[in-house]
Unconditional design. Structure first.
Length: 329
């Protein structure tokens, strides 16, 4: 991996090696929302004391987010820590992952999951550990996460497991490297949904993952999980409050969730995370969807999206029918 100095473009508009700079990435399209991009409004001058305060906090939070570096994934670290992490997940969450054989043995693949558990999603942890155990630590595997998760104290080690900031560019880069990439299109909208919507797949209409799979010509493998929304009592997303406090503009946060969680009791925002309750986490991996084989040479994005969501919802309903009691499973 090049050093930071070598990666920095020279001031005459060329790379340090003399070649021209690559063109800027295209502007986001509707549905391309792995992670909202910075807009001009983010850099606008604050107009009042509250905006100045929020702006300072936002800049501090963004400064904690590391630059995406796929080579930060450390197979040796995973090899050393995986047994202990898997034992903990097995004891605390009684993690059960089915169908990993449906993931293609090699090559890039887009794993598309439903997301639960607030800022401490146990389903993502359980699946990451199971994937690394099944395929071995040498297989490249990256998970996309919100900037807030990447900046939370105590979670830096997850970058060594392959966690990077969620964005279409990072996802495309990881797929181009030949990696399996886990995305959660529902993002904070889904993971902070109320507990009474626990058994609902809700991607909020975000279709960017379909376009990405088509552009990179990689299969989609649905990953359906249940149990994460039982690790706390989630009361609501707080979207209106987030807009009122301008969190969408300052932090690119569309929600200010409210939950009852350990150790805080009433937990506003889940900014510091929480201790997840020991709910049983079950994950089922579905057969790969080869888009052009199944939907023709020019697949319709909406048709693919509806098919993926419907297939995942059917599986989630089946998993829900197996559970006897919340947390116990």
């Amino acid at each position: 991996m090049d050093t930071e100095t070598a990666r920095r473009p020279s001031r005459n508009g060329h790379r340090a090696d003399g070649g021209p700079l690559p063109p800027p990435p295209p502007p986001p399209r509707a549905g391309d929302r792995f992670e909202e991009r910075t807009t001009e409004e983010d850099h606008a001058s604050p107009r009042g004391p509250l905006e100045r305060l929020l702006g300072a906090i936002a800049r501090g939070a963004r400064g904690r987010v590391p630059a995406a570096d796929l080579d930060e994934r450390d197979p040796d670290f995973i090899r050393e820590t995986l047994p202990g992490q898997w034992l903990l997940a097995s004891l605390w969450f009684r993690g059960e992952v089915r169908g990993l054989g449906n993931v293609p043995e090699e090559g890039p693949v887009l794993l598309v999951g439903n997301h639960s558990g607030g800022n401490m999603p146990a389903d993502s942890l359980v699946f990451t550990l199971a994937f690394s155990t099944y395929f071995g630590v040498e297989r490249r595997f990256h998970q996309l996460a919100h900037n807030l998760v990447l900046s939370m104290p105590g979670l830096g080690f997850l970058r060594k497991y392959g966690l990077v900031a969620a964005s279409p560019e990072n996802a495309a880069c990881a797929l181009d490297s030949g990696a399996a990439v886990l995305v959660y299109p529902g993002g904070d909208h889904e993971t902070h949904r109320p507990s009474w919507e626990a058994n609902t797949v809700n991607f909020d209409g975000r279709r960017g993952f379909v376009r990405l799979a088509l552009e990179r010509d990689v299969p989609i493998v649905p990953v359906v999980a249940i149990g994460g929304q039982e690790t706390a009592l989630f009361l609501g997303r707080g979207e209106g409050v987030a807009r009122l406090l301008m969190l969408d503009r300052m932090f690119r946060l569309k929600v200010l969730p409210l939950s009852i969680a350990v150790p805080w009791g009433l937990n506003v925002g889940d900014f510091l995370g929480h201790v997840p309750l020991p709910a049983k986490i079950t994950v089922e991996v579905l057969p790969a969807i080869h888009l052009r084989e199944q939907f023709g040479p020019e697949p319709d994005v909406d048709e693919v999206y509806e098919h993926v969501v419907a297939t995942m919802q059917e599986t989630l309903d089946a998993l829900a029918s197996e559970r006897r009691l919340p947390i116990i499973g």
